[in-house]
Design a protein around this ligand. Structure first.
Ligand code: FAD
Ligand code: NAI
Length: 468
């Protein structure tokens, strides 16, 4: 007799494991099929968590070298122990993945170890590590198989000299010259890590700007800040070939629009031009589960695929490839399957780049508002005018708030600055409540905190900022 569950989730990342937790809380009998040796998916194993561990460590190293003297703290003989930094990162990852395993036990969720394949509605085959197939039955199946790094023709990844984010998190030595292909989130976060640890970092970006999708004014200011930190940018450029040898990589770079090619020498190349949905070996075509033009699992209302009883969430479907988006979808789906009303507000999903300073955004950008023909007011406030930022010595950046010109309703917020990722939460909440810029401006913000810059930017939408 096949084991039978109310819900079988394929993929134990933030989408899948959170969906499983919520379904179990709601009384469902749940199994998660995961082929990786640990739970937590890309995010906990090779994504959000290890990258943030290295970002914190490298920031500490850099601050010890460059920032503490100004505070009157003299430190001599600062040395990098990269092996220890990597060991700490591995411990952080382990604690997190074990944490999910503990939560599974606590909630009586079965972890079925192996690769899942959908045989049709209600039926999943699992190929375990030993190679044998086990069939399990489910009233509902959730595809939460995530994404993988996007390949680039002419650039063969070996995860040693030419790496994806996974290899870039594991380097055993600081490269002399790291060339990053792609000026997006991964390129700038991991580029920052190795730049702080002593590598020369050159970012080759196809477009004429960094972090596409973010507010352009913020992206331009961000580029200047990163350039001040020593990162070099080759915008409007494309890599057409990468030849790895024992000693390094020879990269052929051309202007994006075509033109004379030149060669750049790198010790390590990080390919970070985006991620694509991962559906390999899932048997979707055979099961009749439709994909969209970009290879994502197509979903309709309540994450339903083209086959009744099969659902999909997270990076494998449309929308921003973010852990919190995947988690919220997991919760909404579990609640829907239990007969409750779950929903995700795609207009209020924050995005954060965890560099220093950070970039955080939610809602619409100025470019999007212009394109949509929406009349808006802009309020900006620089961290140079915030007392706490001055005390911290972190005055790079500003808060920018966009509000509807006629109604004052908040439309977006874009922050470059210290702890921007934490500061944006206030505006995400305000957006969810349909607040106006004046609502935010009238709220009492503790002094001296960075959050006062958010209040001032809200005041500035009406020309009423106080401290500038
Ligand atoms: P995943 O986390 O990719 O999990 C999918 C799981 O499914 C994997 O464990 C995989 O092994 C398993 N799987 C796939 N196919 C099968 C199968 N057939 N059978 C069994 N198991 C299968 N997002 C943020 O919000 N904040 C960040 O700071 C952030 N940092 C990132 C840094 C890096 C370097 C990277 C690469 C990504 C980062 N992300 C970040 C993105 C984030 O990791 C993803 O959005 C998130 O992991 C998506 O969750 P998911 O559950 O959809 O898929
Ligand atoms: P990305 O989409 O953020 O950036 C890719 C960049 O590569 C873009 O700027 C694009 O214009 C550029 N590009 C595309 N093709 C190119 C080419 N041939 N040559 C040069 N440049 C090219 O993708 P990235 O950085 O790989 O990250 C993937 C996803 O992972 C992100 O979109 C995000 O969803 C997630 N992520 C989130 C993080 C966070 O929330 N802090 C951190 C890391 C990843």
């Amino acid at each position: 007799m096949a084991q039978s569950f109310d819900l079988v989730v394929i993929g134990g990342g933030p989408g899948g494991y959170v969906c499983a937790l919520r379904a179990a809380q709601l009384g469902q009998k749940v199994a998660v099929v995961e082929k990786r040796a640990t739970l937590g998916g890309t995010c906990l194993n090779v994504g959000c968590i290890p990258s943030k561990a290295l970002l914190v460590s490298s920031e500490n190293y850099s601050a010890t070298q460059h920032a503490w003297a100004e505070h009157g703290i003299k430190v001599a003989g600062v040395e990098l122990d990269l092996a220890q930094m990597q060991a700490r990162k591995a411990e952080v990852v382990k604690a997190n993945t074990r944490g999910v395993e503990f939560l599974f036990k606590k909630n009586k969720i079965a972890w079925i170890k192996g690769a899942g394949r959908i045989l049709g509605a209600g039926r999943v085959a699992v190929t375990g590590t030993g190679g044998a197939d086990e069939e399990i039955a489910a009233k509902a199946i959730v595809i939460a198989t995530g994404s993988e790094s996007m390949p680039l023709a002419g650039v063969a990844v070996d995860e040693k000299r030419i790496v994806t984010s996974t290899g870039a998190l594991e380097l055993a030595a600081v490269p002399k010259h790291l060339v990053v292909i792609g000026g997006g989130v991964i390129g700038l976060e991991l580029g920052s890590v190795w730049n702080r640890l002593g590598a020369e970092v050159t970012v080759v970006e196809f477009l004429d700007r960094l972090i596409p999708g973010n507010d352009l004014e913020v992206a331009r200011a961000f580029e200047r800040v990163l350039a001040k930190q020593g990162m070099k940018f080759r915008l409007s450029s494309k890599v057409t070939k990468a030849e790895a040898s024992e000693t390094g990589v020879a990269l052929t770079v051309e202007p994006a629009k075509g033109g004379a090619a030149e060669t750049i020498a790198a010790d390590v190349v990080l390919l970070a031009i985006g991620r694509r949905p991962y559906t390999e070996g899932l048997g979707l075509a055979e099961a009749g589960v439709a994909l969209d033009k970009r290879g994502r699992v197509e979903v309709g209302a309540h994450f339903a695929t083209s086959v009744a009883g099969i659902y999909a969430i997270g990076d494998v479907i449309a929308g921003p490839m973010l852990a919190h988006k995947a988690e919220d979808e997991g919760v909404a789906l579990a609640e829907h399957l239990a007969g409750k009303a779950g929903h995700v507000n795609y207009d209020a999903i924050p995005g954060v780049v965890y560099t220093w300073p950070e970039v955080a955004s939610v809602g619409q950008t100025e470019e999007q508002l212009k394109e949509a023909g929406i009349a808006y007011a802009v309020g900006k406030f620089p961290f140079t005018a915030n007392g706490r930022a001055r005390a911290m010595g972190c005055t790079d950046g500003f808060v920018k708030i966009l509000a509807d010109k006629a109604t004052d309703r908040l439309l977006g917020c874009h922050i470059l600055g210290p702890d921007a990722g934490a500061l944006i939460a206030e505006i995400v909440t305000a957006l969810e409540f349909g607040a106006s810029a004046e609502d935010v401006a009238r709220v009492c913000h503790a002094h001296p905190t960075l959050s006062e810059a958010v209040k001032e930017a809200a005041l500035a939408t009406a020309g009423r900022a106080l401290h500038i």
